[in-house]
Design a protein around this ligand. Structure first.
Ligand SMILES: *Cc1c(COP(=O)(O)O)cnc(C)c1O
Length: 381
């Protein structure tokens, strides 16, 4: 018998009460109840974003929110600084190219973070930059970026700071207003404990001014002004994924009950446990600046990375993520964000260690679990 356990960095497990909400009959969307629900969800999202800014709900996966950030702020030929150190930075590049941005790229090898000094230098050389595009948690490598430092650099310039926090928000500390993030994009299916389908975009007054200065922007479904105009009535311009919004309300309630600081420290604890557990197996972390939402592990010499993942899933029900593109077979990505607790994580470390032992990898049985448990136990004193 195998029991399915999801440890991929999106989608992630969904709490029972949220799943039950999703099982309810579909309702009409232009009602007072739906408006009330959207109002409450927007309140709770502002709490998770740590913002007083407008939050827009889009029926789209995370990439839709990213595309919205690009099409509303840039005209063809506008200058944009792209900070990229992984596949999700490359997603920004793809969108920016599609909309013919004049790109200045600051690039780091996979596994490293883009240093704030590199952004400072690029902005100095390109003071006509309209927006800087960055990634909080680079899910392809497990890196966390110093968004707070980027914010300090960008705040004193006319440029906007635009952040993909799709796998970061709700796992890594992120303070939209205090850190000066002008557009913050996230999605429902990572740390917000929901299935895929909704993108959330927080827009600052500075960003609205830039958007309003682009009356000829080429956007329709993703025209953020259309959504903003409906916000006053807690409504959306097009049919929203109303069943998902109702379900999101329940998962957000969990975050409110836990409290955002506690939520960050739970993820910090699990991040520390995962890193200790992985290193106790003699494995290397892929990221130089690992984040707390997921841990990315370098596949050791002589081990077939794909075979290990397949065995973990087929024999033991543990679904971890492979590397993407040319990192396939070279790294394992273990998520511990959202609806995941320290003991879930210990189970995953135990399973990984078990499968590695079976493959003849020299580690000592239980060492990983002990190391993780030790980190957890520091919470007791
Ligand atoms: C998952 C993820 C996305 C994803 O977008 P989808 O369109 O929802 O597949 C974008 N950026 C990051 C950092 C992610 O982790």
């Amino acid at each position: 018998m195998t029991k399915a356990r999801l440890f991929t960095p999106g989608p992630t497990p969904v709490p029972e009460e949220t799943l039950l909400e999703l099982a309810k009959p579909v309702t009409y969307h232009r009602t007072a109840e739906q408006k009330e629900t959207l109002k409450e969800v927007l309140e709770e999202l502002k709490y998770v974003f740590q913002t007083q800014n407008d939050v827009i709900v889009l029926t789209a996966s995370g990439t839709g929110g990213m595309e919205a950030a690009v099409v509303n702020t840039l005209s063809a030929g506008d200058k944009a600084i792209l900070l990229t150190a992984g596949r999700w930075g490359e997603r920004w590049r793809g969108i920016l190219k599609a909309y013919q941005a004049n790109l200045v790229v600051v690039e780091m090898p996979y596994g490293k973070a883009v240093p704030p000094a590199a952004l400072e230098q690029a902005l100095k050389e390109h003071p006509d930059t309209v927006a800087v595009f960055s990634t909080l948690s680079e899910t392809s490598t497990g890196v966390v970026h110093d968004i707070q430092a980027y914010g300090k650099i960008v705040a004193s310039t006319p440029s906007l700071l635009i952040v993909d926090s799709i796998s970061g928000l709700g796992a890594c500390e992120c303070r939209t207003d205090a850190w000066g993030i002008d557009i913050n994009v996230t999605g429902s299916q990572k740390a917000l404990m929901m299935p895929p389908g909704l993108a959330y975009v927080a827009v600052s007054p500075k960003a609205w001014r830039v958007i309003e200065g682009k009356p000829n922007r080429r956007a329709f479904y993703f025209d953020l002004k259309r959504y903003q105009a409906k916000l006053a009535e807690n409504d959306t311009p097009y049919t929203p994924a109303n069943t998902l919004i109702k379900a999101q309300k329940l998962s957000l309630k969990r975050i409110r009950q836990e409290g955002i600081e506690n939520l960050w420290s739970r993820h910090a604890l699990m991040g520390a446990m995962a890193r200790a557990g992985v290193q106790a197996m003699g494995l290397q972390l892929f990221s130089e600046t690992p984040n707390n939402g997921l841990t990315v592990i370098t596949v050791p010499e002589g081990i077939d990375g794909n075979a290990i993942l397949s065995k973990l899933e087929k024999k033991h029900g543990y679904k971890l993520a492979n590397g993407q593109d040319n990192l396939k077979g070279k790294i394992w990505r273990l998520s511990h964000m959202g609806y995941c607790d320290p003991f879930d994580l210990i189970g995953a470390l135990s399973a990984l260690e078990y499968v590695l032992l079976e493959a003849g990898y020299p580690c000592s049985a239980g060492a990983s679990v002990a190391a993780a448990q030790k980190v957890l136990s520091t919470k007791l004193v």
